[in-house]
Every structure is written in structure tokens, then in C-alpha cells.
Design a protein around this ligand. Sequence first.
Ligand code: SF4
Length: 264
Amino acid sequence: MPGHAQRVKGIDPIRLNREIAYKGDIGQRRRNFCVKYIEKKKGIIKEMQADQIRAAAKDGETITCPKGCAYCCLLYMQASIQECEAIVYHLYQNESALATFLENYKDWRKKLRKNGDIFKKCAQSWLDKSADGAGEEEYKKFVEETKRYQGQNTPCPFLYNNLCLIYEVRPFTCVGTAASTPPEWCNPSNPNEPKIYWSRTSAVIDKSFYYKEIDGVVLAFMPIMVYGVLEDGYKMLSIVTGLKDLEKKALAEPQVKAVIKNFT
Ligand code: SF4
């Protein structure tokens, strides 16, 4: 068996990682975890949307986001590793969504690189504003960085024909962004300031995982993390979760070894 099953010369790692994703005992637990996670997430999404409607109603307003409006898909969107795993599972079940995302991803990533990968500053300022003792200044910095990110005018690679390819399992950060002003006000070039109702959920603060509990919360820039799991499979999952033996244990499962051995 090759040392790193996910990267073997001449073999498409995305295809191989898909083949082995839910094989063996760990794979089975991985699949069950994703199925349950998606079920639970549906309920949380409903609660978040109800919160937004209630918050807007308190101000005598209504949420105005129509289907097909995608201005908030220009924003920096984070997700937990559990959410990213559920998105990977969803993609494996939805052939055309997976193919479209893979097609969009390389161009999107190239554009971000060309702009100096400013998303890294969003991630850092998010951590800074969430740290103990953080205040107004850290929050302002975060807002500044996310505006800069939005200013790149580079839509999320999960957006296709102005619709989200992973709508049912989209990140909580996407769900939690809703406006009560005319949709075009959310266009970064519109001079009006949109009124946004942000709703948050404690579900992102999650250490549960199918292998072992994670020692801390793992949040990441969602499209990059999802692509990383598709391309590097268990290797990526071991690195980001800090569960060092996950890759070794998963690849040592007889069913996984058999797939790798016969893979061409
Ligand atoms: S995941 Fe979907 S809703 Fe969220 S930014 Fe991407 S396309 Fe938009």
C-alpha cells in the first residue's frame, strides 16, 4: 500500500479520496456522523431563520432576501470542520454540485492569490475579535478586513447561476446573514447602507467528531477547507483536527486498503 493513499502519482486524489471516504469502521462512523449532522443542522437553520424574522418584526420590518440574490456570497464565510465534513458528504451525494464546485474552484483560488490572499487577514482578525479582552478596536478591524474581502467582488465558488450549490448544508455564517432593506442595497457598490440581521448559533462551537473528540474548535475559510478535504482526505482531516493518528488508522482499515490496492 502506498504511504499516502491520497497522493499517488498518476492517480486522481479527489477520486480516490471519494472512494475510500466511507469505507471501513472509521468511514462508517464518518458517514453516520455526517448524516446525523445534516439532520440536526436543518433544525438549527430553521431556528436561526425564525430568530431573524422575530428580530426584524420587533423593529417593524421584514426580511427581504429573495431567492437568487447573492450579494452576501461575496463575503468571507467561515465554517467549522464538522460543517465542512457535512458539505463534503453532500457533494459526494450530488454529482453535478461536486463537478461544478471543482470546476469553479481553481479559478476562484487563482483570483484570491492574485489579490494577495487577503482572506488570511479576515481569519486573523476574526480570531482577534473573539479573543478574551477583545473590544471595539478588534471588532472594527474585523469589519474593515471583511469589507476589503468583499471589495474583491469574487463570489463564493459554490455559487452557480446565482444559486447556492450546497443550500441545504450551507454554513451557519451564510444562514445567519439576512437583510430587511431592498436587496440591491447589499451590493457593495450601492451607496445605501443595508440593514443586516445577523444571527449566530452556538452549534459552531463544536468539538464532536466521529473518530475522537477534537481538542478545541476548528473554524476555517469554508471553500478552501472543503477543497482540502476533497483533495487530501484523511491527511487534511488529521492535520486540521490535530487527531494525528486518524489518517494512519483510517488507511490501515482492510476495506480501505483493498480499494487503494485495486485503484487505477
Ligand atoms: S456557501 Fe452558498 S450561501 Fe454561502 S457564500 Fe457560498 S454560495 Fe453563498
